[in-house]
Design a protein around this ligand. Structure first.
Ligand code: SAM
Ligand code: DTB
Ligand code: SF4
Length: 334
């Protein structure tokens, strides 16, 4: 598009000479709100059409009974939530859900499973679903827990376009949230995904009781990966009764917007996704997030196990804001 200045490979992700540390990211967080948003929006306009969003639809293909202890998660077997557990969904049902997502205008379909890591037999079934969803013309994404290098290769062979695996928070705060796998385990999976040639979708959660320095540390860790993730989901904690994080004090919404803005500046060539938590956000807050550089959302009436902003409401919001959905094949400015 004529109004987007060309971006070279060199300046695509990190401004020349800038290695993001938590301290450097903190300097951005501490800017006056208007200055931060201006910088984020200016960066956004250099790399993307500011009036377009990419739409990813989620489907939980295996529900609950997860052995991990992620303190935010309703799917952990360790916490008493209302959730009914379900075994792996047959590929045919997954494909039917993907068709509906496509009809609604999503361009990417993300399949999530409550596993610590997939068993090889499960992976075969998921691979079949991936191939069939891809054949519908959708981009495919999966989030199945930790992967070995070989498993990542299998998924790449099935045509998987993206793998979602979040760092969740800073390395320092991480131990307060998850004890059953280490930060390094997560980095290892991300390496396997990258090495297999799959695009990386990696982000975190805000509002878990972490400090601003932890949020800065998360963004610095994401921007400092060997290559920044192509997609960066920024989730607002969805507080689910029965999980240890239920009842945490809510974060100032402006601090959430700042986190989006800082992610946009630190990872200018990445899609920054306004992720979980939209059901409880008003339209004005979402508009501020788009202004801060968010250019992707989870789209569909449900996230994995909890509610999302509805498709009807999103369509109305995008129309009110003059935002077009990324259904016509546009990709990042590369
Ligand atoms: N079991 C796999 C794993 O953990 O890698 C895949 C699914 S897991 C639910 C995917 C991500 O969803 C988590 O890493 C976390 O960042 C996010 N998530 C889960 N529960 C959430 C909640 N209550 N609020 C916000 N984000 C959440
Ligand atoms: C991500 O970062 N957020 C999504 C997706 N990746 C898999 C999941 C959000 C889950 C919110 C709680 C739930 O619905 O269970
Ligand atoms: Fe299991 Fe993933 Fe939930 Fe952690 S986030 S408890 S690994 S489903």
């Amino acid at each position: 598009m004529a109004h987007i200045s060309p971006v070279t490979d060199e300046d695509k992700h990190t401004p020349a000479g800038c290695e993001w540390t938590a301290e450097k990211v903190m300097e951005l967080f501490e800017l006056p709100f208007g200055d931060l948003l201006f910088q984020a929006q200016s960066t956004h306009r250099r790399f993307f059409d500011p009036n377009r969003v990419q739409l990813s639809t989620l489907l939980n293909i295996k529900t609950g009974a997860c052995p991990e202890d992620c303190a935010y998660c309703p799917q952990s077997a360790r916490y008493r939530t209302e959730l009914e557990t379900e075994t792996l969904m047959p590929a045919g049902e997954i494909v039917e859900a993907a068709k509906i997502a496509r009809e609604n205008g999503a361009t990417r379909f993300c399949m999530g499973a409550a596993w610590r890591n997939p068993k090889d037999r499960d992976l075969m079934e998921v691979s079949e679903a991936v191939a069939r969803v891809k054949a519908l013309g959708l981009e495919t994404c999966a989030t199945l827990g930790m992967l070995t290098a070989e498993q990542a290769g299998t998924l790449a062979g099935a045509g998987l376009d993206y793998y979602n695996h979040n760092l969740d928070t800073s390395e320092e705060f991480y131990g307060e949230i998850v004890t059953t796998r280490t930060y390094q385990d997560r980095l290892d999976t991300l390496d396997h995904v990258r090495d297999a040639g799959i695009n990386v979708c990696c982000g975190g959660i805000v509002g878990m009781g972490e400090s601003r320095l932890d949020r800065a540390g998360l963004i610095a860790s994401l921007a400092g990966l060997p290559k920044p993730p192509e997609s960066v989901p920024i989730n607002m904690l969805v507080q689910v009764p029965g999980t240890p994080l239920y009842g945490r004090p809510e974060i100032d919404p402006f601090e959430f917007v700042r986190t989006i803005a800082v992610a946009r500046i630190a990872m200018p060539g990445s899609y920054v996704r306004l992720s979980a938590g939209r059901e409880n956000m008003n339209d004005e807050l979402q508009a501020l997030c788009f202004l801060a550089g968010a250019n992707s959302v989870f789209y569909g009436d449900k996230l994995l196990t909890t509610g999302n902003a509805t498709v009807d409401h999103d369509r109305e919001l995008f129309a009110r804001l003059g935002i077009a959905a990324d259904g016509d094949g546009q990709t990042a400015a590369d």
